[in-house]
Design a protein around this ligand. Structure first.
Ligand code: ASP
Length: 435
């Protein structure tokens, strides 16, 4: 069985096992001993440990991978004067796709009206965190100490440092060429680590999902079905419709292949609910399987994982309309435009870890003049939606990378069109895990 299929199978098996355990723990009566084995030894023991080790090992690769990959990319582009245009195109596309995402979410939500039939009977106690001033946010992008930036995992600071290093390498003559070779070798080594980790992914994905579903009552969805399915519908519309159209019209490529190759990445995004933890796999897929040249992918993918969150913006758009409807507030045209702007900007400020989209939602609600405590209404189903929106977030990063790479001739169409392509990285695709 191919690795992709094994990861997808692990995903389904994890969801089924978790749901079954949830039933045994909370639904039907089973002997105490069985409950103890399931709750303490499996869910709270084995699955918890395996899942946590898996996420930790993914995160372990993020900083080295972003650093070397971006240095390689920037050093090979540095003297071609293409860095500026690539950065500009990427930023514009990231903002555009997010604005489309939140607009579609508002439109769907207004048409469906998920909050119109909901009675306010929930304890609403949500404390919103204060947003930092814009000046601080800007200054914070520039690192004063690259080691601290890496230790703290400050992605934008690492991006700035790596861009500067790569650019300097391309302008440093012979020493620059020697160092560039070193970083290219490093990149091959780190990518090979990603390959090793991917071979272990089925176990990690299974453990994470089994634990999550064992602890989470799916019943929460029933109370919030209208909200849940509206968000889900817009997420799927964006994933398959909007990205497909953009890919076709801006890059002249069929979205089918992209969707086919994104499946393992979705399994990672779905089980970790973190674009940050998924980043090694996203980057690997963009470079080795989609054919995006490292000079573009090294920049666009890490940047996208940090600032481009279309799925999150979709949740925020639907949630705003939902909360307005539950509280009986009529949103004006101005309020809708404010929501589009703030959700697009909030997506830049949303950290690529689970659940943060819900926190930046406070910002959006505040700007729209809605009660921030309304967030408490949707917390119950947020984790599930987080998994799906993270998959949308990372797909947006890869789609934009492909479009930008194609327009810059930094794209290998042969690799993109080859369903089994995995150029360069020694990914043990079909064999058992080698570690
Ligand atoms: N979990 C999301 C991500 O990492 C962010 C969010 O919407 O909470 O992409």
């Amino acid at each position: 069985m191919s690795l992709t299929n094994r990861i997808l199978l692990a995903m389904v098996a994890g969801i089924l096992t978790g749901s079954l355990f949830n039933l045994l723990l909370h639904g039907v009566s089973v002997p105490d001993l069985v409950q103890m084995v399931i709750a303490d030894y499996l869910v709270g023991g084995l699955f918890d440990v395996v899942g946590r080790i898996f996420v930790a090992s993914l995160k372990l690769l993020v900083v080295p991978l972003v650093l070397v990959s971006l240095i390689c990319g920037a050093s090979s582009l540095g003297d071609s004067a293409r860095m500026g245009p690539i950065a500009l195109k990427t930023l514009c596309l990231y903002l555009l796709t997010t604005a489309i995402a939140v607009s579609a979410a508002l439109l769907f939500a207004v048409l469906v009206g998920p909050g119109t039939a909901v009675q306010l009977g929930v304890e609403t106690t949500f404390q919103a965190a204060a947003a930092p001033p814009l000046a601080d946010v800007l200054v914070d992008i520039f690192p004063s100490n690259p080691i601290r930036a890496m230790a703290d995992g400050k992605m934008l600071q690492i991006i700035v440092f790596a861009l500067l290093t790569g650019y300097a390498i391309s302008h440093a003559g012979e020493p620059g060429r020697r160092i560039a070779t070193f970083f290219r070798d490093m990149e091959a080594v780190v990518m090979s680590m990603v390959g090793i980790l991917m071979a272990l992914a089925p176990y990690g994905v299974f453990a994470l999902l089994a634990k999550l579903f064992a602890n989470m009552g799916i019943g929460a969805i029933l109370d919030l079905a209208a909200y849940f399915f509206t968000v889900l519908a817009v997420l799927l519309f964006h994933l398959f419709g909007v990205y497909g159209l953009l890919l076709r019209f801006l890059a002249g490529l069929s979205p089918r292949m992209l969707i086919h190759k994104m499946r393992p990445v979705w399994a990672f995004a779905f089980s970790t609910a973190s674009s940050g933890a998924t980043l090694p796999i996203t980057l690997h897929t963009a470079e080795k399987r989609m054919g995006v040249h490292n000079s573009v992918a090294g920049f666009t993918v890490p940047l996208g994982a940090t600032i481009n969150m279309d799925g999150t913006a979709i949740m925020q758009g639907v949630a705003t309309v939902f909360i307005a409807q539950v509280y009986g507030v009529d949103l004006s045209m101005g309020a809708y435009i404010t929501v589009i702007l703030t959700a697009t900007l909030a997506s830049i400020g949303t950290a690529a870890v689970p659940g943060v989209g819900l926190i930046t939602l406070a910002l959006v609600l505040e700007q729209a003049g809605l009660p921030v405590e309304g967030i408490a209404l949707i917390i119950g189903v947020d984790r599930l939606l987080d998994m799906v929106r993270t998959a949308v977030n990372v797909t947006g990063d890869v789609t934009v990378s492909v479009i930008v790479a194609k327009s810059e001739n930094q794209f290998d169409q042969e690799v993109f069109l080859d369903p089994r392509a995995d150029r360069g990285a020694p990914l043990p695709a079909d064999g058992p895990p080698t570690v």
